[in-house]
Design a protein around this ligand. Sequence first.
Ligand SMILES: C[S@@+](CC[C@H](N)C(=O)[O-])C[C@H]1O[C@@H](n2cnc3c(N)ncnc32)[C@H](O)[C@@H]1O
Length: 243
Amino acid sequence: MDKEQENVEKTDPEGHRYGNFINYYTFHPAQERIEQLPQDIWSSCHLDSKYSALDIGCNAGNLSSMLYNFLENNISADGKCDVSLLGVDLDPILIERARAQNSIPKIKFECLDVLSKGSKTVLSKYLESIKRTRFDVAFCFSITMWIHLNHGDSGLIEFLKLVCEISDMIVVEPQQWKSYRNASRRLRRANATDFPLINKLNFTHDMEMHVENILRNECHFSNVMVTNQNNWKRKVLIYKRKS
Ligand SMILES: C[S@@+](CC[C@H](N)C(=O)[O-])C[C@H]1O[C@@H](n2cnc3c(N)ncnc32)[C@H](O)[C@@H]1O
């Protein structure tokens, strides 16, 4: 049993279809994820002193606020950089929690399924409200597996293409194949229907390789860096728009 399986079963035993664990940050501390991020690869603050970030699958927002503080401290700027961050998640209860916990005015949370029909419009409207056309960076921590299991190979491609279209840099932490098997097992143990697409996936096993191939070949982004594995045996892949 891997670390995720063990912890999820202890603290959040229901089968989950979207990774919308209510107690996620009790067993997956947000601070550990921040420590894995390099400090010197971020682009500078813009001339108008603004920098914008998107956190996709933000859950209850704990990691989002740490990402915000991390960016404030690591974006190079002549004066103060005005960072804004939008966190989105498909679970309305988690978004309510995220809003209730948030004390930073420049962080907003929206309930949004990124693969829903109107999602690009919602994201574009937010960008318009902060007078930008793209996010400087989009964070996709531990979400690709849920997108992949629920929307198949084409859904994973669609997701990454959308994120790359609206962002200049993407930070992705793909789950390992073992986690797919565990997620499926949890559903079956909870007597829920298994992910209907799990046996139809062609992208299996080396998930980092598949995500990197999509980022390179479908999104035409270039590699900035890939971190070492963290405690959960996940690497963080950082890619950016080719200039
Ligand atoms: C395992 S949690 C990861 C939370 C956070 N990104 C982190 O790593 O700390 C995955 C989150 O993605 C959200 N999610 C899954 N599919 C989504 C989708 N299509 N659109 C938006 N959020 C989604 C879930 O509701 C859940 O909160």
